[in-house]
Design a protein around this ligand. Structure first.
Ligand code: SF4
Length: 502
């Protein structure tokens, strides 16, 4: 396999920090930009994943590829599997492959040989269209040349063997996301020429197909005659990714992960892109319109614009009609959105449309355009917050200033401790929320969460709170240790350790 570009890892990292398409980066001066975006972990907080973890999260959803981790066993326990990405076909991506190095392999200088042997075993047992080989801290520090091993193995076994050079110690998970994009640019994209390229081919970048939610959007594109040449990475196939350079336009869904990939594909293969979202009714319509517009700019027939408008009108009418039944149940209910990114504005708009009151929305990771949109919809600027301290969040929820919190799993226990309904809308969610149908599903889940009878039960005082004798016994220093452990429930006191994950 031909390696088109070879940079040193240090140069790659510097290149990722210098991303001109990143709006936050553009606002920095040259010296701040050079330092990169990684922040040191806050004492007491979870540090998050390493760069290897970030690269694996981005590439693992390419479903027919064998993902081989060149490391001692522990690195294989990274976080890719807590994201519910889904495959419509191959299941090879769900098998863990690792070279499982031991001290002996390292001391005897056997690790590169072991890697070569593992590639051979995978090829013989599974015959995948490609093998991705991930460098990690140990194998990078002992100086294993995975680029050379992959090149030799590709020649010997006659299949693409792709080195993913993002060992954990080089930086954050987000940097790993970007290095994964670089690996695709250097070794995968452009290596297969499709024989069926057409004027309605697009790429969707940074879409992970969580809970299979892209399958709620793809039928809309199918109806418009728009073909998704590659969705990277969600439910992707190797050959689709390798031939994605022949798409006419691209939509970037998660810009924090793969903005470098979108920009460089535009530079190298003139594939224009825009950043959009499929969360919310208006956002979905806007995304479909922009895809159609970009295709027209690249030579597609203008009639697609009318067809898109027609489909949007039909789908919006159906979605709003389905949401109508929830309006009386959710009208006036107060929602706190603690998520950020594109979801911050698209959800605000959709939830307000059905009569809910947004008492706050996080604008963490939101772009300037996202914030402007929120301002227009929300009117109350003070309802936007960059981040909120766990204690403040707890205080807000326990004073019942919100009827539900929508957030990621890390803040769920704050809501539960404050006896407030909570719904996961981040990467570990169990329901698909994209597109028109996804928005209806989100509102259905909000309704179920808010009206779950468990909340009225848990908000009732505990039996001992009404019984002075029991309360006195529990607060006594001589109380049996088994009962003493019940006491904190009474006061809902929070310790620093309660938020160790936040
Ligand atoms: S690559 Fe390094 S930081 Fe990441 S899991 Fe492996 S040893 Fe840990």
């Amino acid at each position: 396999m031909e390696v088109k570009e070879v940079y040193s890892l240090a140069a790659k990292i510097q290149d990722a920090f210098d991303e001109p398409a990143c709006e936050i980066n553009r606002r920095k001066d040259a010296s701040t930009r050079k330092k990169g975006c990684s922040k040191p972990p806050t004492p007491g907080a979870a540090a998050g994943g390493c760069a290897f973890d970030g690269a694996k999260v981005v590439l693992q959803p390419i479903t027919d590829v064998a993902h081989l981790v060149h490391a001692p066993l522990a690195c294989e326990g990274n976080s890719w599997d807590n994201r519910g990405t889904a495959s419509s076909g191959p299941m090879l991506w769900r098998t863990s492959f690792t070279t499982d190095l031991t001290e002996l392999d390292i001391m005897m200088g056997q690790s590169e040989r072991r890697l070569f042997h593992a590639i051979r075993q995978i090829k013989e047992a599974y015959a995948p269209p490609a093998i991705f080989v991930y460098a990690t801290c140990v194998t990078a520090l002992i100086g294993d040349d995975i680029l050379a091993v992959c090149k030799r193995a590709a020649e010997k076994f006659g299949l693409p063997v792709v080195p993913i050079n993002a060992p954990g110690f080089v930086g954050s998970k987000n940097l790993g996301n970007k290095l994964a994009g670089e690996a695709l640019l250097d070794h995968v994209i452009g290596t297969v020429e499709p024989d069926d390229a057409g004027p309605y081919d697009i790429n969707i970048l940074g879409e992970f197909n969580l809970s299979g939610e892209f399958w709620l959007v793809k039928p809309l594109l199918d109806r418009l005659g728009i073909r998704v040449r590659a969705c990277i990475p969600g439910d992707a196939r190797y050959r689709d990714v390798a031939s994605s350079h022949r798409a006419r336009a691209a939509m970037l869904v998660c810009s924090t992960a793969l903005i470098n990939l979108a920009r460089k594909m535009e530079e190298r293969w003139q594939i224009p892109f825009f950043e959009g979202s499929f969360y919310g009714i208006t956002a979905t319509s806007e995304a479909l319109r922009r895809i159609a517009e970009l295709l027209v700019k690249k030579g597609a027939d203008t009639e697609i614009l009318d067809r898109t408008d027609k489909l949007i009108a039909e789908e919006e009418a159906i979605a709003w009609k389905r949401l109508e039944s929830y309006r009386p149940r959710l009208k006036g209910k107060r929602v706190l959105i603690n998520s950020g990114g594109v979801k911050s504005w698209s959800l605000v708009h959709a939830l307000m449309e059905i009569g809910m009151e947004v008492v706050g929305t996080s604008v963490k990771k939101s772009t300037v355009e996202d914030k402007e949109r929120i301002k227009q919809v929300l009117k109350e600027e003070h309802h936007m917050f960059e981040s909120i301290a766990p204690r403040e969040l707890y205080a807000m929820l326990s004073e019942q200033k919100a009827d539900i919190m929508l957030s990621g799993g890390r803040t769920q226990f704050i809501a539960l401790k404050a006896k407030t309904p909570w719904l996961d809308i981040n990467q570990e969610r169990h329901h698909p929320y994209a597109g028109y149908d996804g928005m209806v599903e989100l509102v259905r889940q909000i309704d179920l969460a808010i009206h779950n009878p468990v909340w009225s039960d848990v908000r009732e005082p505990a039996p001992w709170e009404d019984d002075p004798a029991v309360a006195e016994q529990l607060s006594s220093p001589h109380t049996h240790s088994a009962t003493a452990s019940v006491a904190p429930l009474k006061t809902s006191r929070l310790d620093a350790g309660d938020f160790a994950e936040c």
